[in-house]
Ligand binder design. Structure first.
Ligand SMILES: C[S@@+](CC[C@H](N)C(=O)[O-])C[C@H]1O[C@@H](n2cnc3c(N)ncnc32)[C@H](O)[C@@H]1O
Length: 255
């Protein structure tokens, strides 16, 4: 945190994100699902989908509405984000489970979605279920942490996530995803590329070298599509019109 209590916490820290949600400073949030989802091959959209650092994205709902998808797990630090997602869709929570640092929430109207409120890096949600406490209106369909952990994900969707993480957290993030993706699973990520002299993140500029640095040899990245971002209002003015959005598909390399 910075010394001045009126100012925002250091950009990119967990405090910064929590405060951004509290203050409604969420310029990245899109009212509808992200159109780049349509670039993912249809036959890859199936099974269990992980949406890390999901905010209040409608992408959660878009995945849940695909017949071939069986479960969608979103994870975000902010309870405000979860509430915003519920409110935007007229949904209500169906209870869940909580542990020290995470709350695993089910949604009454959309049982395919599990929303984890907590730090993606916390042990709680993806390690084991010991000590989880059920809370209000618990339903039989609750997905305990052990269940989330036991099964791997068929697809991981990262929009504005790796570009939002502090550079020193990228490698940890990439390794966590590697542990969660199934053998035939794929990791789709939408990154931003701009001249790093123009701005410090978030959002950070992520070039292929940055991806390869944080993922080591573990992932094989394929650049699928790209487009200039201009006038959408989601980027700071300094980089608007000077940024390319790039969609990658990454596969875990078999050792
Ligand atoms: C730029 S927003 C992108 C949100 C979402 N992917 C979207 O497309 O709207 C980044 C999000 O990451 C969340 N976040 C940042 N660090 C996190 C962490 N360590 N664990 C869970 N969520 C985190 C923030 O609360 C914020 O909602």
């Amino acid at each position: 945190m910075t010394a001045d209590s009126n100012s925002m916490p250091t950009r990119g820290t967990t405090e910064f994100w929590l405060k951004s949600w509290e203050n409604g400073r969420t310029g990245w949030h899109e009212a509808d699902y992200n159109p780049w989802l349509l670039k993912i091959p249809k036959n890859k959209i199936q099974g269990r989908v992980l949406v890390p650092l999901c905010g209040a994205t409608q992408d959660l709902l878009w995945f849940a509405q695909q017949e071939t998808v069986t479960e969608v797990v979103g994870v975000d630090l902010s309870e405000v984000a979860f509430e915003k997602f519920l409110e935007a869709n007229g949904f209500s929570t169906a209870g869940g489970a909580s542990a020290e640092k995470v709350k695993i929430c089910k949604i009454k109207e959309q049982p395919k979605i599990t929303f984890v409120v907590g730090d993606f890096f916390a042990d709680g949600w993806n390690v084991n279920d010991d000590g989880a406490k059920k809370f209000s209106g618990i339903s039989a369909t609750i997905h305990a942490r052990s269940q989330i952990k036991a099964k791997k994900f068929d697809l991981i969707w990262d929009r504005a996530c790796i570009v939002a993480l502090m550079p020193e957290d990228r490698e940890r993030y990439s390794n966590l995803l590697l542990n969660m993706v199934g053998d035939a699973g794929e990791y789709y990520l939408l990154t931003l590329e701009y001249d790093k002299q123009l701005m410090d993140g978030p959002p950070w500029s992520i070039m292929i070298e940055d991806l390869e640095r944080c993922g080591g040899d573990a992932w094989k990245y394929e650049r699928i599509a790209e487009a200039k971002v201009e006038g959408k209002g989601s980027l700071p003015p300094r980089i608007d019109g000077k940024t390319i959005e790039v969609l990658y598909c990454a596969n875990a390399k078999k050792s």
